[in-house]
Design a binder for this molecule. Structure first.
Ligand code: UDP
Ligand code: MG
Length: 319
């Protein structure tokens, strides 16, 4: 039977920690009873440098339920993406399968069972996908959806309306741990891993208590980080713009020459206009070209795994 680890990043979550712990312990118990996970499955709370009593509460929970509640204390606040990564990488050595979920219980814990069923059906990653965004404010909903659209346009593969509520098999986390980049954007990285994946759908609820730890500033930073970590398209756009402007300079040349020969221009205007358009285009083209190389260097320095072997068939299989 598989040992499940539920990984929960927590930053200043003293209001919700006990509630989350109770709800998740109930989920574990239920799943153990149904024979879907082993009895030594556990919850791993990752304290992301909270300034409130979050860590004390995690310790209390661990003392009360030493077999079900584990904790990791990060030395300072490193942000949700890093805290979650720390949790996943710690959990992978102790478990066969992980589920990551936020501490505020906005994600529906009851679909964890469905995730496990899909895992047992052979999926290595199961994404939790929000059906609708009824509980989000209009602002959060539109900005978030705009974000997925822009990401798509930039050629970054993400799962639409999926945040970081997902199941990952041990080998998926292991493969993920080979991505050594520091600019983490988990939602973009998971699809790179490959393997068979599936989705489960749920309604996202309101936070059970406390406030969002993701103010607009952090959201924008995440969005920009997502695009700039996964796409060198903006650089190609500069190159494209340079070409368009050089083409436009040809049109401008025709226009300027006609004006010149029809004789309605101030002396010097024609050559000035031509130089401005043409040189502007050439400059952009040059910047874009240099950018292409920087883009390649950027991709190289990430040293991402070049492939991920899922299965090998050899003659040893038979012996
Ligand atoms: N979180 C974290 N470190 C941070 C900010 C947030 O570990 O610096 C955790 C937080 O405790 C929660 C999850 O990340 O478990 C998602 O945060 P939140 O619910 O505030 O974001 P929202 O749902 O509003 O986007
Ligand atoms: Mg939340």
């Amino acid at each position: 039977m598989d040992r499940l680890a539920i990984v929960v990043p927590c930053y200043n979550e003293e209001e919700v920690l006990k509630i989350a712990s109770k709800a998740l312990r109930e989920v574990l118990e239920d799943l153990v009873k149904k024979g879907k996970i082993s009895e030594d499955s556990f919850i791993l709370f990752v304290n992301d440098g909270s300034r409130d009593r979050t860590w004390e509460l995690i310790e209390e929970e661990h003392r009360a339920y030493p077999e079900q509640v584990f904790g990791v204390k990060l030395a300072g606040n490193v942000g949700h993406q890093f805290a979650l990564t720390a949790g996943l990488i710690t959990a992978k050595d102790l478990s066969d399968v992980t589920v990551s979920i936020d501490a505020d219980l906005q994600d529906d814990v009851t679909v964890i069972e469905e995730m496990l069923d899909k895992f047992h059906a052979g999926n290595d990653i199961v994404y939790g996908v929000r059906k609708e965004r009824k509980t989000d404010t209009f602002f959060k909903r539109t900005t978030a959806q705009g974000f997925y659209k822009v990401m798509g346009m930039m050629g970054v593969k993400t799962v639409y309306n999926h945040a970081d509520f997902r199941l990952m098999s041990k080998r998926a986390v292991e493969q993920f741990s080979l991505y050594k980049e520091t600019n983490l954007f988990l939602r973009g990285m998971m699809p790179l891993i490959g393997y068979q994946t599936d989705c489960v759908y749920y309604d996202r609820k309101e936070r059970v208590a406390g406030e969002s730890k993701y103010p607009l500033k952090k959201m924008l930073a995440l969005a920009f980080n997502g695009i700039s970590s996964f796409s060198v398209k903006p650089i190609s756009m500069i190159l494209g713009l340079g070409m368009v402007i050089i083409f436009a300079s040809i049109l401008a040349a025709v226009y300027a020459l006609i004006s010149y020969f029809t004789g309605h221009v101030v002396p010097g205007w024609t050559s000035l206009i031509l130089s401005i358009w043409f040189l502007g285009g050439v400059e952009l083209l040059a910047i874009g070209l240099v950018g292409q190389y920087i883009g390649k260097i950027y991709i190289e320095v990430k040293q991402r795994p070049r492939y991920n072997i899922e299965k090998v068939l050899t003659d040893e299989e038979n012996s």
